[in-house]
Design a protein around this ligand. Structure first.
Ligand SMILES: NC(=O)c1ccc[n+]([C@@H]2O[C@H](COP(=O)([O-])OP(=O)(O)OC[C@H]3O[C@@H](n4cnc5c(N)ncnc54)[C@H](OP(=O)(O)O)[C@@H]3O)[C@@H](O)[C@H]2O)c1
Length: 244
């Protein structure tokens, strides 16, 4: 039970060490949820896990590279060890998908490998992971929330591979929402650009003014919507656009 009297949830965060993954992990832990973190880089995972220690030890971690075929099995096996399931409750209740690189693929140089790799990280592995954890999610009336990209409906240049993969996961998750209803909810936050503190100011201004609100978002604003969708017990298959 969390401080506010709310039943605490166990949330798997995929891509936990990214800018938005960290912000979501901190917010979840802050409200009394337990997180399991997964990404590729062990050092970054360990560092984040330690920073999330609120007195009961570091957060649980599972290291896996989603481009590898065995990644889904590795994550599920790691989860089973980190939080052994019981008859009534699985290892996790909810999943946040915040993973993957943002590769620039100059159109003239686009290669089959770019498409295969990006599709694997952003779409194939996450969909198979949700599939592998359906029993856990079902037991806890769980939710899946993915951080999508507004470019799937308003594409921008030099990102054909990335946007194709984000479009694939968008459709795949909407299909999963149908497959998994009513026990498991699956929703998407479709983001504009979140401010990059290191970006060139002129380029930043040009990109920001393309969106109706005329500015980039902040990790805190993404957290607000992601947690809102985790909690939205009457929504599934929804795509909540922010900063588009
Ligand atoms: N930031 C934005 O403006 C924005 C806008 C629209 C959509 N989004 C979406 O929001 C999500 C999070 O974005 P972000 O800015 O937080 O990204 P980020 O800072 O680049 O972090 C990406 C995360 O994914 C992990 N990752 C990358 N490749 C991986 C692989 N092969 N296997 C396993 N994990 C891998 C990284 O871990 P390692 O470091 O260990 O590789 C890291 O934890 C992404 O899905 C992105 O498409 C972001």
């Amino acid at each position: 039970m969390s401080a506010g009297g709310r039943e605490s949830r166990r949330v798997l965060i995929v891509g936990a060490t990214g800018r938005l993954g960290i912000a979501i992990a901190e917010a979840l832990v802050g409200r009394g949820d337990e997180v399991v973190l997964t990404a590729r880089n062990l050092k970054k995972l360990e560092h984040l896990a330690a920073s999330l220690d609120r007195g009961s030890g570091p957060a649980k971690i599972v290291c896996a590279d989603l481009t590898h075929r065995e990644a889904v099995t590795q994550i599920v096996d790691g989860l089973r060890i980190a939080i052994p399931p019981t008859e009534s409750r699985g290892s996790i209740d909810d999943i946040v998908l915040a993973c993957g690189p943002f590769p620039r693929t100059v159109f003239e140089d686009l290669r089959r490998e770019d498409l295969e790799r990006t599709l694997t990280v952003h779409a194939i592995a996450p969909l198979l992971l949700v599939h592998a954890l359906v029993d856990d999610l079902t037991k806890s009336k769980g939710a899946v929330v993915e951080l999508g990209d507004a470019g799937t409906t308003r594409p921008y240049e030099h990102h054909v591979a990335y946007l194709t993969a984000k479009g694939a996961i968008r459709t795949g998750l909407c299909a999963l929402a149908v497959e998994l209803a009513p026990d498991v909810r699956v929703n998407i936050v479709e983001l504009g650009i979140v401010a990059d503190p290191d970006a060139d100011p002129l380029r930043k201004h040009q990109l920001a003014t393309r969106s109706q609100l005329g500015r980039f978002g902040t990790p805190e604003e993404v957290v607000h919507v992601a947690l809102g969708l985790l909690d939205a017990t009457w929504a599934t298959g929804e795509i909540w656009g922010v900063g588009r």
